[in-house]
Design a protein around this ligand. Structure first.
Ligand SMILES: *Cc1c(COP(=O)(O)O)cnc(C)c1O
Length: 369
């Protein structure tokens, strides 16, 4: 019997390294509320991401939700439906109206050629997603945001550790929101952060993540509870020490997939972008059934039969969620719909063996015309 292969596996430090990191907590009994590990992790991250400021949060979703609240956005927010539930939910949970822009067929990020005509006098912000670690068209989004005086909040959950033209990816737009969830390229068990320039946003977020408490006797905003605890911060500190090594190992896995699958008719696989230092977070493959010989559903099922977990990521599109009761039309996002019906992300983690990658590719290739 061959072993099961899951789509991802969380990176973990050596047990002893983590124990060393948390030992001090049995002396100071400081478990949460911005303790010493929180401060240390925040400083390490700021340095690693090469950004001016960051604020830590309990997860990536609260990073998005509270950033929108902190900016006091109103009316409509333009985003894409080819993303995780979190992006759209953060908009709706702020009482804002999501307006869905289609995606670019090559990078799966917001199609900037379709963006401008969606801007109305009710638009207050753009929330683009750096999907799979692919960077959005930052220059064009920036240009339109300036022209129409809109805020830009990047959902950067997939891009931790990346750079664009040598600049840390958290330096673009008004803010970038990161996730350190267990399934991400870098994790603090659960965790998230917002990067931004200047001091103002950080002060608002600091209060919002702690019920809006501004001083011992002052509650000045209607906040949530989204503080990162000390155990999570300690995990992040440990994992950050090994991240470059982890990313290098992921690269060898991705290179093997590219080697085996990139020249196959009817499969379009992930490829590196110009000017981007990638983090190898995901390996999406898009199957055109006619050309390839099997549909995404068939490939998914065949892999599952062989104990291999691929993921229909992102399917379904967020604008088709039953939660929205048919309120949004997918007719306006045809490219997103097309890709969401054909894409699979293949297993990818640092310890995935090349023999396992070959076994996955052999199974896929056995299905071609
Ligand atoms: C993971 C993810 C989030 C949410 O992050 P959590 O830390 O899980 O709350 C938001 N957006 C995208 C695109 C994600 O992949």
């Amino acid at each position: 019997m061959t072993n099961k292969i899951l789509v991802t596996r969380s990176s973990m430090p050596d047990f002893d390294e983590y124990i060393d990191e948390i030992k001090g907590m049995w002396d100071n009994c400081w478990l949460t509320n911005m303790g010493p590990k929180h401060k240390e992790f925040q400083a390490m991250l700021k340095d690693y991401m090469d950004v001016e400021n960051i604020e830590l949060l309990t997860n990536g979703h609260m990073a998005l939700e509270l950033t929108m609240q902190a900016m006091n956005l109103q009316g409509e927010v333009i985003t894409t439906p080819f993303t995780f539930a979190s992006t759209t939910h953060a908009i709706v949970r702020n009482g804002l109206e999501p307006v869905f822009c289609d995606i670019d067929p090559d990078t799966y990020t917001m199609d900037v050629n379709k963006l401008e005509k969606l801007i109305t006098d009710r638009t207050s912000a753009i929330v683009p997603v750096h999907v799979y670690g692919n960077i959005c068209n930052i220059e064009e989004i920036d240009r339109l945001a300036k022209k129409y005086n809109l805020k830009v909040i990047y959902d950067a959950a997939h891009t931790f550790g990346e750079t664009y033209k040598g600049v840390g990816i958290g330096n673009f737009g008004d803010a970038s929101c990161f996730s350190f969830h267990a399934t991400k390229v870098f994790n603090s068990i659960e965790g998230g952060a917002v990067s931004f320039k200047g001091e103002r946003l950080g002060k608002i977020l600091y209060d919002l993540k702690n019920f809006g408490i501004h001083g011992p006797e002052e509650v000045s905003s209607v906040g949530a509870n989204a503080k990162m605890n000390e155990f999570c911060a300690a995990m992040g500190i440990c994992n950050l020490r090994h991240l470059d090594e982890e990313i290098a190992k992921r690269k060898t896995v991705v290179d093997r997939y590219i080697d085996r699958l990139s020249d196959v008719a009817g499969i379009t696989v992930w490829k590196p972008q110009k000017d981007v230092k990638p983090n190898y977070a995901y390996f999406p493959a898009v199957f055109e059934p006619g050309e390839f010989g099997a549909s995404r559903e068939e490939v998914f099922a065949k892999l599952a039969d062989n104990g291999i977990g691929a993921r229909k990521y992102f399917y379904p599109l967020t604008n088709t969620f039953s939660a929205f009761n048919g309120k949004y039309s997918v007719d306006k996002t045809p490219v997103a719909l097309h890709i969401s019906k054909r894409v699979l992300t293949l297993p990818l983690y640092s310890d995935l063996k090349l023999e396992e990658v070959d076994r996955i590719c052999d199974i896929i290739l056995s299905m071609k015309n």
